[in-house]
Unconditional design. Structure first.
Length: 315
């Protein structure tokens, strides 16, 4: 069956699906993505505590165990032909940024309490907004700048610079990760016009596996049995996370899905308390509230502006 025939068959199925049911399914998938992201972060944090696994180990084992699953899902969903890259250089640039972002993200998982690491990661859309204005010359509305200010205020409060157990260097690593994730978002906007989601995810994992394998002899650690199980589980969960994130976009608009992502902060707080016995500080909770408010505000204003534009459009 060709790619075109697959798309036509899928379109035929989609016409018989109740739109409300489809959106509800998309919201459910997005909620699953939010939960699996936190579980995947928790598993890698536990792997570090049990076997001393570092960012390089996490990069390598995530790719090793996630790549076959993402390949199988992509091949079944749209065919192997869709994995062939149309812009190899663009894939390489995106993957290089992505690998750097992931390494810094893993280091933040290790150094910071899980709720704080997840909260800081939500500044990535803020940096994506700034970078879009600088690189893509996109117009940035007033409410976007207001959201940027509120988001940064939330991070400043959540990181609690006066806390003795949180170093400024650890916060800087998490912020660097967010900047790199924002840069990845900008590159994906261009890459996504030519490449499928499956192709982007697949080649990123290929690049991660190659870089991880090259770095393992010098910077990797051989994990103990428990550490290896945790790393393998993290890789499998990350593949499930990727699939649910991608599939959710097929059933519901981004404007509806984005606010659900902030439930990651709640899951991080609950799992951090249950697994690590770490109660989020009042500063972290207040900062997380401000970061969440900034993201929801942008989504709400953008959605309202889009509705106004659609209402005023005359065919």
């Amino acid at each position: 069956m060709t790619v075109k025939e697959r798309d036509m068959k899928q379109a035929g199925r989609d016409r018989h699906v109740d739109p409300a049911v489809s959106v509800g399914y998309g919201l459910l998938l997005r909620a699953g993505f939010a939960l699996t992201y936190v579980i995947y972060a928790m598993l890698f944090k536990l792997a570090n505590q049990h076997g001393g696994s570092g960012p390089v180990d996490m990069l390598f084992y995530r790719a090793l165990f996630a790549l076959p699953l993402v390949f199988a899902w992509s091949a079944r969903r749209s065919g192997i032909a869709t994995l062939i890259p149309k812009s190899p250089i663009a894939h390489l640039c995106r993957s290089a940024l992505g690998v750097l972002a992931v390494l810094f993200t893993y280091e933040s998982f290790i150094l910071l309490p899980l709720p704080l690491a997840v909260t800081i990661s939500f500044t990535a859309p803020i940096f994506a907004t700034l970078l879009s204005a600088l690189i893509l010359h996109e117009r940035v509305a007033l409410h976007h700048w207001l959201a940027v200010a509120i988001g940064f205020a939330g991070i400043a409060i959540a990181s609690n610079p006066g806390a003795t157990n949180i170093s400024s260097g650890s916060v800087a690593i998490a912020m660097t990760s967010a900047v790199l994730q924002g840069a990845v978002t900008v590159t994906l906007r261009r890459l996504g016009r030519k490449e499928t989601a499956g192709s982007i995810a697949f080649w990123f994992l290929v690049c991660s596996l190659f870089v991880g394998a090259a770095a393992m002899p010098s910077y990797g650690h051989w994990p103990d049995r428990t550490g290896l199980v945790l790393l393998a589980a993290g890789g499998v969960v990350s593949a499930l996370m990727q699939v649910m994130m991608t599939a959710s976009l097929q059933h519901a608009p981004v404007a509806l899905l984005s606010p659900i992502d902030y439930s990651q902060i709640v899951w991080a707080a609950l799992l951090g308390l249950a697994i690590f016995g770490a109660m989020p500080s009042a500063e972290t909770l207040l900062g997380a509230t401000l970061v969440t408010a900034s993201g929801v505000m942008v989504t709400w204003f953008d959605r309202r502006a889009r509705r106004r534009a659609e209402a005023s459009f005359v065919p």
